[in-house]
Write a protein that binds this ligand. Sequence first.
Ligand code: NAP
Length: 225
Amino acid sequence: MSENKTALIVGATGLTGGYCLRNLLKDDHYERVTALTRSPIPHKNPKLHTIQIDFDRLSNEADLFDAHDVFCCLGTTIAKAGSRAAFRKVDFSYPLAIAEKALAAGAHSFSLISSMGANHNSRIFYNRVKGEIESAISKLGYNLVLIYRPSLLTGSRSEVRFGENIGEILMGLINPVLIGSLKKYRPIPAETVALTMTNQVNVESTGRHIFESDIIVKLSLGTKP
Ligand SMILES: NC(=O)c1ccc[n+]([C@@H]2O[C@H](COP(=O)([O-])OP(=O)(O)OC[C@H]3O[C@@H](n4cnc5c(N)ncnc54)[C@H](OP(=O)(O)O)[C@@H]3O)[C@@H](O)[C@H]2O)c1
């Protein structure tokens, strides 16, 4: 099945990005996976080319961004970034800059992890930034844009995220009543999001596709939405 494609991933040191990277390294569609990171990636793999970069000073070297499929798993929280401006840089400016450079280098697809509630008109800052990056990427001219809108992500993290931990406990309690159209509010394993991301890019060929959390789960199970 090998298609000798190249994948470019940003955010590979994160929870979802880590799963995404593992999938890409196992995937015979790809002969090379480039991970642009600010922190080192501990594991080695002959397909993996890790390049540590400063996201504030992205080089114009086309080689760095040379890929068929781009996967963006970058993200932070306002609390972690320290300010709204710093959050926006990671969740808007960096993904957009990567998308522009990869497109200029000839990329075919861009897969973006956005968030449930993303809306560029939202009064909630986080949702607005996520909506803005969705719109900006969609306008660039990629042949294929895949946008994932997960609900609360679950999985094991080395850091403690108080708000998300509380959210996970609360959502766990109300999970049984989240049925029908409310299913998209159920917390979702980061591994499930990554599985759908790395599968779906080889299912769709053109256009813009937005996947809400409940659909991401269905696709991960191989069920038609
Ligand atoms: N957490 C949730 O419940 C949730 C819900 C809905 C949507 N999302 C979205 O889903 C995506 C993935 O979330 P996640 O929780 O899997 O991510 P994560 O574990 O927090 O990982 C974030 C990634 O972004 C990188 N990053 C953060 N700040 C950076 C900076 N200033 N410069 C360069 N790289 C930076 C991190 O690199 P380092 O390892 O170097 O820090 C890491 O690779 C994000 O876009 C997030 O907004 C999350």
